[in-house]
Design a protein around this ligand. Structure first.
Ligand SMILES: *[C@@H]1O[C@H](CO)[C@@H](O)[C@H](O)[C@H]1NC(C)=O
Ligand SMILES: *[C@@H]1O[C@H](CO)[C@@H](O)[C@H](O)[C@H]1NC(C)=O
Length: 505
């Protein structure tokens, strides 16, 4: 009789102590490389410290992502989750295991982590299990746009971007959001599962100016690139003021930052003599307008502040020449934005001009560099994501095969040919302008307009792996008005000597 009662009682306990496990109904979405928390909890709350908690992938019950048992995390685990998985709080308010929160934290997410996860909790008499989906996405690189001119005043524009997951979609627009039909779009999957995309479209020069390519996973998760086609190819009969307009790029970026760029290109094909002439005259006008001597009236001596430069930079004794330490291996891909050095001179008003040499004799011009100014109060920074205009960074960057860019949002990439061998920088603090010049070609490249505040210091980054170092030039004292071209020549001689000195690096 007594044993029957005990059996009945046991049955009663078993059925009443049921474990209900709860997970969110919708899939969790996270980026490659990020950390995610997969929430899972016991409802109503129950202390889970003495329970078994097992997170596992489909059909991998005995090879779990994480196993907690007998009060601690056990050392049985699918190899790829070692050191990447742990138990975590599903929110700040959570009481943790004591309150039945058995959420899983996964770090350094990979594409392969996408799919079903089972949250299994088991006590002595009962267990509960639920499954949830983790979706992995990866936001790729900023699209690079490149134009190719076709017959009949049309341009074929290519847009390329890599590092996406899953397959992104591509859309094209021109001025004021007019939608352009893509001519073709193709995706390729790399060995690392990441997807590259290439799309092209053709536009007529007469009905588009700024063409944008947007690569997106879903609304709000996109990267965009733009190209001013009028600035690249000029055609059709036009007076010089029209051409002038065409040569100026105008980008409206954000309320803080406007960018005016001037990119000069020679249109090689299908041009009538008359147009050739107009362009020729215009280029000359630009050259004459670009009076280097006038800029050099504002020359200031710039030296590198060693204390604040990145530890992996080599800086010469005179604090003028810098390059990457040959042993330095950048972490991550892409431009090594963190590798910065800063000028020792700060500016709070007025006009200041300096020049930077980007080419040694008998070597091609540097492929990687970043030159500009930064608000002194924001130094030093080791974090590349902090290099925004709103954080007080303004620069022109050369990113090797990816062309040139400024830190605008969205990022605008463009080509500059020829690649600058010597770059002039004019900071006009009072007018809120930072201008860049190709000194060798005597061309204005572009001007970034912004509202400056506080003390600004010059910013330099020599990139990684270039043969030539980056060198701040000693400019001659501002020229006397009666000998306009003399300083330029004597400066050339000085450069040759300086370049030899830089071999000591
Ligand atoms: C996990 O971390 C330990 C020590 O922190 C390390 O020795 C081991 O190689 C790591 N395992 C993996 C797979 O990363
Ligand atoms: C445009 O260029 C792409 C390659 O970038 C090419 O595949 C495509 O055929 C070109 N289209 C036209 C109409 O020339």
């Amino acid at each position: 009789m007594l044993s029957i009662i005990i059996v009945l009682l046991n049955l009663l306990i078993e059925t009443s102590v049921s474990l209900t496990v709860v997970v969110p109904p919708d899939p969790i979405v996270a980026h490659v490389g990020s950390t995610v928390i997969l929430p899972c909890w016991i409802s109503p709350p129950e202390n889970a410290e003495a329970l078994e908690i097992r997170w596992y992938r489909q059909d991998q019950f005995s090879n779990p992502v994480l196993l907690y048992n007998q009060g601690k995390i056990q050392d049985v685990q699918e190899e790829s989750y070692r050191n990447r998985s742990s138990l975590a709080l599903r929110s700040d308010q959570s009481g943790g295991l004591k309150d039945g929160d058995v959420s899983l934290r996964l770090e350094k997410l990979r594409v392969q982590d996408g799919g079903l996860f089972h949250c299994y909790v088991s006590g002595e008499h009962s267990y509960g299990s639920e499954e949830m989906t983790l979706k992995i996405t990866a936001l790729g690189s900023a699209p690079v746009l490149s134009p190719k001119s076709l017959d009949g005043g049309r341009v074929n524009i290519s847009c390329r971007s890599s590092g996406w997951y899953p397959e992104p979609s591509v859309s094209w627009t021109s001025d004021e959001g007019r939608v352009l039909r893509p001519g073709g779009t193709s995706h390729t999957r790399g060995a690392d599962e990441m997807i590259s995309v290439h799309s092209w479209t053709t536009v007529s020069l007469s009905d588009a100016q700024l063409v944008s390519c947007s690569v997106s996973l879903r609304p709000g998760e996109l990267k965009e690139g733009s190209l001013d086609i009028q600035g690249i190819v000029s055609s059709g009969p036009s007076d010089s003021s029209g051409l002038w307009k065409a040569l100026f790029l105008t980008f409206l970026i954000c309320s803080l930052l406007g960018l005016f760029g001037l990119i000069l290109y020679r249109y090689k094909h299908k041009q009538t003599d008359r147009e050739e002439e107009t362009l020729e005259r215009l280029l000359k006008a630009v050259v004459e307008d670009m009076n280097i001597e006038e800029l050099r009236q504002h020359a200031v001596e710039i030296t590198i502040d060693r204390e604040r430069s990145h530890p992996d930079l080599k800086v010469s004794k005179d604090c003028k020449i810098m390059r990457d330490n040959p042993e330095y291996k950048p972490t991550g891909e892409g431009f090594p934005y963190q590798l910065c050095a800063y000028g020792a001179q700060g500016f709070t008003s007025g006009r200041h001009y300096w020049e930077v040499q980007l080419k040694l004799e008998n070597t091609p011009p540097k492929n990687f560099w970043m030159i500009g100014v930064v608000k002194e109060e924001n130094l030093p920074t080791r974090d590349s994501s902090a290099l925004t205009a709103s954080a007080g960074f303004w620069f022109l960057c050369s990113d090797g095969p990816y062309g040139f860019c400024t830190n605008t949002d969205p990022l605008i990439r463009f080509s500059l040919t020829p690649r600058p061998e010597r770059l002039g920088v004019l900071l006009d603090y009072d007018h809120g302008q930072l201008s860049f010049y190709n000194v060798t070609e005597r061309k204005h490249l572009l001007t970034i307009s912004c509202r400056f505040s506080g003390s600004l210091v010059p910013l330099f980054n020599p990139g990684v792996g270039d043969k030539s170092p980056l060198k701040i030039l000693d400019l001659p004292k501002p020229a006397e008005p009666d000998e306009p071209s003399q300083p330029l020549l004597s400066n050339m001689a000085a450069v040759e000597l300086d370049v030899k000195a830089s071999d000591n690096l």
